[in-house]
Design a protein around this ligand. Structure first.
Ligand code: FA5
Length: 344
């Protein structure tokens, strides 16, 4: 059974083993030792092997062992009763610490819902994509100097003959052509594309990896009024009633006309008076414009029949302008500083 020891020695070994049985239920201890196939029964059966002059001693040892097992069962039962008496069921439960979504994930959720409410369809296109979708189809032919603005990371792979090199997407505008292709160039299109984007930049307002959300609407008769109405709707929904949007002339290769988009500062109500947050009454969040006819053509859509608007803003930038956040360095979002992240 347990070892090569003789039966009397086995009694001693088993007795020591019983003493150490502290993490077993009393009923299981009884079965293990005193049950039909228990260790005590097996040990008793060894009486045949004990020499005649030691049988009496073996009998005494067996009795002592049996008493020890009974005692241990009693001890375990008593211990269980004391432990149960210690549990105060009237005490309130202990709350375990629970994590939460990263603030940027929360912002993405909120932004997506605002646009989904007015019929935009949330999509997500590749964040590692071909040159064709990121630049070429967006009216930036090969070697065009406008590409320099995007501070691109290139992926070291064999270029595709048709679609060119692979890049880490510098903006979510790559989603524009993907969406036109997905819908077989059949408007109406109402897309909101949220994704990670990458640029070779790092300072208090720029990170190498950041997020953008891209809106694209294409249909018959879409004009700047629709764009402006959408911007105003977003401004009020995200920043609160009374927030206004403003568009200023700008230049992007893939929109004509192009604009930079500002939202009025909700700290000073857009006046800029003595406001350290905005200084001018406005905050810039990103770009927008009417989709360039060349881009519609690249997506297979006839610009004589359809028109569209598009916009693309940084999630981090848009989020940090929320009232009361006062975050002056967006790199904090990706610093893994739990004390910072716990505040959201
Ligand atoms: C664009 O990326 C255009 N694709 C936007 C657009 C879309 C225009 C559709 C017209 C039509 P821009 O480079 O300005 O534009 O970037 C837009 C916003 O992304 C910026 O205003 C800023 O909020 C954010 N952004 C850009 N680079 C970074 C960065 N390195 N870190 C954090 N946010 C950034």
């Amino acid at each position: 059974m347990m070892s090569q020891s003789n039966p009397i020695q086995l009694c001693r070994e088993l007795s020591l083993q019983v003493e150490q049985e502290d993490s077993i239920k009393p009923e299981d201890l009884r079965i293990k030792y005193l049950g039909k196939n228990g260790l005590f029964k097996k040990l008793s059966a060894l009486i045949k092997e004990v020499p005649a002059d030691q049988k009496k001693l073996f009998g005494q040892k067996l009795n002592q062992l049996k008493n020890k097992i009974e005692e241990k069962i009693n001890d375990l039962e008593n211990q269980r009763q004391t432990d149960q008496a210690k549990i105060d069921l009237t005490l309130p439960g202990k709350k375990r610490p629970v994590g939460h979504l990263h603030p940027i994930s929360q912002a993405i959720e909120e932004i997506s819902q605002i646009f989904e409410k007015i019929g935009f369809n949330r999509v997500r296109y590749p964040e590692v994509d071909f040159d064709y979708y990121v630049f070429e189809a967006l009216n930036m032919p090969k070697d065009h100097p406008a590409r320099d603005e995007w501070e691109t990371f290139f992926v070291d792979t064999q270029p595709s003959e048709k679609l060119g090199k692979m890049v880490l997407t510098t903006h979510t505008s790559n989603g524009q052509i993907h969406e036109m292709e997905r819908l077989n160039a059949q408007p109406p299109i109402r897309m909101i594309n949220v994704s990670r984007t990458y640029r070779r930049q790092s300072d208090a307002t720029h990170t190498q990896m950041f997020h953008q959300f891209e809106g694209l609407v294409i249909d018959k008769g879409i004009n700047i009024q629709h764009l402006k109405g959408t911007l105003d709707y977003f401004a009020e929904s995200f920043y609160g009633p009374g927030t206004k949007s403003r568009i200023r002339p700008f230049h992007f290769r893939f929109t004509e006309p192009s604009f930079e988009v500002d939202f009025s500062c909700h700290i000073c109500g857009g006046t800029g008076k003595n406001c350290h947050f905005c200084k001018s009454g406005w905050h810039e969040v990103g770009g927008a414009g009417m989709v360039h006819p060349n881009v519609l053509r690249m997506g297979g859509i006839d610009p004589d029949i359809y028109t569209g608007f598009a916009f693309g803003w940084g999630v981090e930038r848009t989020y940090t302008l929320k009232k009361g956040l006062n975050i002056d360095d967006i790199r904090l979002f990706y610093s893994s500083n739990v004390e910072f992240l716990e505040q959201f």
